[in-house]
Design a protein around this ligand. Sequence first.
Ligand code: CIR
Length: 262
Amino acid sequence: MRVFDFNRAIVREPGASVVSGLRADATATPDFTGVKAEHAAYVAALRVAGLAVEMLPPLEAFPDSVFVEDPAFVVPEGAILLRPGAPSRRGETEELRGTLERHFGQVHALGGDEYVDGGDVLITPKAIFIGLSARTNRAGAEALARALATFDREARIVEAPKGVLHLKTVASLMDENKILATPAMAASDDFNGFEVITTPNGEEAAANALRVNDIVLVGVQYPRTAELLSKVGLSVQTLSVREVAKLDAGLSCMSLRWRTAF
Ligand code: CIR
C-alpha cells in the first residue's frame, strides 16, 4: 500500500464565518460562495478518485474549521488529536474527537504546551516529516513523534522555512520518490534522497498540491507547475483554490485521508 492510497476522507463544510478565517493578508477577503464552490469541487474530485467522503456539518464558531487537516493526523493504524497553534482554532480538535473515535480503534491526543497543526505533517514512504513553524512547537512535534512511534511510524522533525504558514505550504509528496517544493524548501537538505521538483517562479503557492491514489490535484492558477508535473509522468487534475488561497490554504488542508482494509 502506498502512503497516498486512500479510500476514506473526512471533510467539513465551510460555514459563512469562513470569510473571517485567519490570514496573513487581511485585505484579501474570501467570498463565501466561492469557498463553498471550491470545497464542493474538491469533495467531488476526492469521490471520483475513489474515496468515501464523510462530510461534517459547518461550525460557525470556528471560521477555519473547513481546514480539517489541522486539528488531527491520521494513518490507517490510528488517529492523533492535535492541538492547533492558533488559539482561535483549538476548539476544533474536540469537535473531531467523536468522528475519529468512530473510525479508529486507537486515538491519541496531544496535551499541555504541545502544539501541532496537521498542515505541518507530511507523510512520505521514508518518514513522516513534522515541520516546526509558528503553529507547531518542538514539544508538540516530539509528542506527535512519540505517538507515531506507537504505530511503528518513524517521524523526522525539520524546520519549516521562516514566514510560511506550514511545512505543507511549501512541500508535498508527488509519488514514492518525488517531492514538489518551493525553492526555499528545496534548498534545505531535508529531502535528500528524494527527487525534488521545484515550483516555477511566481508559482510557489502551487507547492501545496495533493497526491490522491493515481492523481495529483494542483491549483488551476498554477499552469506551469501542472505542466512540469505532467512532464514527469504524473496525472494532474487542476482545481480552483483562488478563494481558499486568500485564507493561506491549499489542497491538502481540506481533508483528512486514510486507507481502510474494507
Ligand atoms: C489558518 O491560518 O489556520 C487557516 N486560515 C489556513 C489553514 C490551512 N491549513 C493547512 O494548510 N493545512
